[in-house]
Design a binder for this molecule. Structure first.
Ligand code: IPE
Ligand code: IPE
Ligand code: MG
Length: 246
């Protein structure tokens, strides 16, 4: 039985979030420059997204570039931005063929103009697709996002649109950049690092975390399926007892 067949279609996570890590180490292992790792990471992105669509996952969110990644050497940052432009350009057809709607979260105003334009174009082109929403977290950090949400809500209070007491968990969630998505039930991080790195801190409150030693360029849909199968074996208790949830 294939891994895909082993997935219980009635217990699919609606939203899978991924921290694509390990490109640099992958390249280094091969005696190449870090950029080579990023380039090969694109293959993993394509296969994982296609795999998610085939499994029927309606939302997948990929951490592609963090706010903190701006502090990397200028040459690497520039190469990553170039790669982003080229990839979006090249992969829009794949997105269309698979019914994938592209979305982006993060401080996009920091992206180079050409990058932002390319991104907006692809988002617009794919906006009517409805099988799966692929969100790229770009120039993203969760603390940035939470502060932005707080500012938005403070503004609304100041303008008299809402009272401070109207602010509750639901309104706060809706004020985040992921406001129109369900929270991820499963978060996958590659490369053997056991941390969240400022990713979706609010949204991951009750997510199941899955860590794999695989470096991102080696990740394929089968690895996604293994993570989903592992997720489906877990008991999600949400603070209750095992007896209560069974
Ligand atoms: C993930 O791979 C890609 C980005 C953060 C842009 P890394 O570039 O972090 O690779 P490692 O962790 O150094 O191996
Ligand atoms: C997290 O990876 C960000 C992305 C995958 C885009 P990093 O490689 O930047 O994370 P740290 O610095 O090791 O925590
Ligand atoms: Mg890394």
């Amino acid at each position: 039985m294939s891994l895909l067949d082993q997935i219980d279609k009635n217990k699919l996570p609606k939203h899978v979030a991924v921290i694509m890590d390990g490109n640099g180490r992958w390249a280094k292992e091969k005696g190449k420059l870090r950029v080579f790792g990023h380039q090969n990471g694109v293959v993993a992105v394509r296969d994982t997204v296609e795999g998610a669509v085939a499994a029927g996952i309606p939302f997948i969110t990929l951490y592609a570039f963090s706010t903190e990644n701006w502090n990397r050497p200028k040459l690497e940052v520039m190469a990553l931005m170039e790669l982003l432009v080229a990839t979006i350009n090249k992969e829009t057809k794949t997105l269309m063929d698979n019914g994938v709607r592209l979305n982006a979260i993060g401080n996009l105003s920091l992206l180079p103009e050409r990058c932002r334009r390319q991104l907006e174009e692809a988002i617009h082109k794919t906006s009517a697709n409805s099988r799966c929403t692929l969100t790229l977290a770009l120039s993203y950090s969760s603390r940035w996002e939470i502060v932005e949400a707080a500012k938005k809500l403070a503004q609304k209070v100041q303008e008299g649109d809402i009272a401070p007491d109207d602010i509750n968990e639901q309104l706060f969630s809706e004020s985040l950049t992921t406001g129109d998505m369900p929270d991820p039930e499963l978060m996958i991080r590659t490369s053997g690092e056991f941390r969240i790195s400022n990713y979706l801190l609010w949204q991951l409150a009750y997510a199941e975390l899955y860590f794999t030693q695989k470096l991102w360029p080696d990740f394929r849909r089968e690895d996604l399926y293994e993570a989903i199968i592992d997720y489906q074996k877990r008991e999600r208790r949400f603070g209750m007892t095992s007896e209560q949830v069974n």
